[in-house]
Design a protein around this ligand. Structure first.
Ligand SMILES: Nc1ncnc2c1ncn2[C@@H]1O[C@H](COP(=O)(O)OP(=O)(O)OP(=O)(O)O)[C@@H](O)[C@H]1O
Ligand SMILES: [Mg+2]
Length: 246
């Protein structure tokens, strides 16, 4: 497998230093009988009960429209369930004051299905954005951003704007942005949807390496050939219900 941009000898501090509290045994995320409907529509997700354990790696799969992106939105705390209980980092999200949500969300990295890079910002600026909006001093993170960009193989693309990046490069920029704040949980929505099979394998190696370093990973995909490369937990959504194969 071509691992040319996963040189483990030079893994950046940022990623190595993932904040994991080894003494905590509660899962990162716990769902109990969770249901979700949009507005007055039908229930898109029904009776979901599962855990995302610390340091775990899993695929989330199911046909188009099954609710994968919706479930990621629940995991990212950008949607509230319409019923059931969600505990995130051991806290019941129904009782968390709104203003505290961004703090919890900061512990979760997300790669959106459509990247959501800002077109007028360079690769570097896009990746640094989560830190900049928090008012961090650039001197404190500049080297970390560059190291991380090198780690994802974008060392030569640091100062270009997204429109000149290839699909796989945009994908990696979006991954770097999701990782810059050292999340305990990484969510990726169809991260190989826009790349060729060799690039898909490289991205998968990157997620596996990240997981080896302690970050829990959830990859939503319907790419069977991707899932066949790893003997990982599979969460399969169909008709609003979830089955898990360990
Ligand atoms: N904002 C929304 N408002 C209303 N319905 C929505 C909204 N977002 C998604 N849905 C509906 O919820 C269901 C699940 O959609 P979702 O995007 O979660 O599926 P998915 O599994 O991610 O699909 P894909 O594989 O195509 O990305 C679909 O029926 C969709 O039409
Ligand atoms: Mg989707």
């Amino acid at each position: 497998m071509g691992l040319d941009f996963v040189p483990s000898a030079s893994l950046p501090e940022k990623v190595r230093g993932t904040r994991i509290d080894e003494n905590r045994i509660a899962p990162l995320i716990h769902f109990e009988n969770v249901g979700l409907r949009y507005g007055m529509g039908p229930e898109v997700l029904r009776d979901l009960t599962f855990d995302i354990p610390r340091r775990s790696f899993q695929f989330l799969t199911g046909p188009s429209g099954a609710g994968k992106s919706t479930l990621l939105r629940l995991l990212f705390l950008s949607l509230q369930p319409t019923r059931g209980l969600i505990r995130t980092f051991d806290r019941n999200i129904a009782t968390i004051p709104r203003e505290e949500l961004p703090m919890l969300r900061r512990r979760i990295g997300i790669v959106f299905q459509d990247f959501r890079l800002l077109e007028h910002l360079t690769t570097y600026e896009n990746v640094a954005l989560p830190l900049r909006v928090r008012g961090k001093d650039e001197l404190s993170y500049r080297a970390d951003v560059i190291d991380l960009l090198k780690w994802v193989g974008l060392g030569e693309r640091i100062n270009v704007l997204p429109p000149v990046l290839s699909g796989g490069e945009k994908q990696r920029a979006a991954i770097a942005r999701a990782l810059i704040d050292r999340p305990e949980l990484l969510l990726a929505d169809e991260p190989t949807g826009n790349v060729d099979p060799p690039m898909a394998r490289r991205l998968l190696s990157l997620f596996l390496e990240l997981n080896r370093l302690g970050t829990a990973v959830v990859i939503a995909t319907h790419d069977l050939s991707l899932m066949d490369q790893v003997d990982a937990r599979r969460m399969i959504l169909s008709q609003g219900r979830l089955d898990i194969y360990e």
